[in-house]
Write a new protein. Structure first.
Length: 118
């Protein structure tokens, strides 16, 4: 049974930082591209960042580029999202997801809430 469990969310003031973690089990982690997505209240889920199998390629949405950093530790089956200079508009539920084929994420976590106060 595949499980993705996010952690690290919380309440932070604007300008602050948080580090999200996503621990994976039940899959060959190093064979999956990992992504982070977010969904704000009343909005559709949007792409935030993704990292390829061995971390060789990183992709970010324009809204987080330069502020967020995605990384992974294949030995720990964990993907991270370091979020700096947070803004109120970053407030959302953040989800990690695993993809074994382009643009198709087969597995999703339950999400972790990030709230940025102004």
């Amino acid at each position: 049974q595949v499980q993705l469990v996010e952690s690290g969310g919380g309440l932070v003031q604007a300008g602050g930082s948080l580090r999200l973690s996503c621990a994976a089990s039940g899959l060959s982690f190093s064979r999956y591209t990992m992504g982070w997505f977010r969904q704000a209240p009343g909005k559709e889920r949007e792409f935030v960042a993704r990292i390829t199998l061995n971390g060789g390629r990183l992709y970010y949405s324009d809204s987080v580029k330069g502020r967020f950093t995605i990384s992974r530790d294949n030995a720990k089956n964990t993907v991270y999202l370091q979020m700096n200079t947070l803004k109120p508009e970053d407030t959302a539920i953040y989800y990690c997801a695993a993809s074994s084929s382009p643009a198709q994420y087969a597995y999703w976590g339950q999400g972790t809430q990030v709230t940025v106060s102004s």
